[in-house]
Design a protein around this ligand. Sequence first.
Ligand code: IPE
Ligand code: MG
Length: 218
Amino acid sequence: MDGNGRWARRRWLPRAAGHRAGVSVLTPLLETAGRAGVKTLTLYAFSTENWARPEREVKTLMKLFLDTAREKVPELNERGARLHFLGRRGHLPAPVLEALEEAENLTSGNDTLDVYIALDYGGRAEIVDATRRIVADGLSPEDIDEVTFARYLYAPDVPEVDLVIRTSGELRVSNFLLWQIAYAEFYVTDTLWPDFSPEEFVRALASFGSRSRRRGGV
Ligand code: IPE
Ligand code: MG
């Protein structure tokens, strides 16, 4: 979900206004995902690298995550979304982590749309954390294959990613789901995240639908 800062700057607004605008597009997009038959959606909200931002912006973002959880979780629950947290659990402010864990518990019985919130998430951190747990579990080299390894990721149930949507025109992966995107298709758009509309989401899905996926075969 990239481009909030640029969206705000173009309007002479503070970055925080861009982040708030970024939150406001979530509900229509989630509705669109549900209607389009998307089963799993991951939102990359805050990376392990984002802690390097000025303290004030980090604080603003953490408060926004908390307010957004309080505001949106009941509604998402009613619509049958199942929420999951994806990331390191040790560094986030306690109220944010608690809100996420409460949302996970509240929605655990739902099954319309699985929504993963990647917060304090980094693909490299996830792989390192998985490796640590494999070593701690005492697995021997011959026990480790791709299936076993994937079981040690933060959320082993996250399916292989089909489509990555990258807003704001950046042509990079930015440490997102490194393991899971091995054969993902990409949709890159110059649209800044707060301007990303349900119509464009549908276009991204249509673009995905028209591709031929050979996964290294012929
Ligand atoms: C994405 O927008 C929001 C987060 C990373 C939390 P940015 O804040 O990165 O927006 P730009 O890249 O400055 O436009
Ligand atoms: Mg950015």
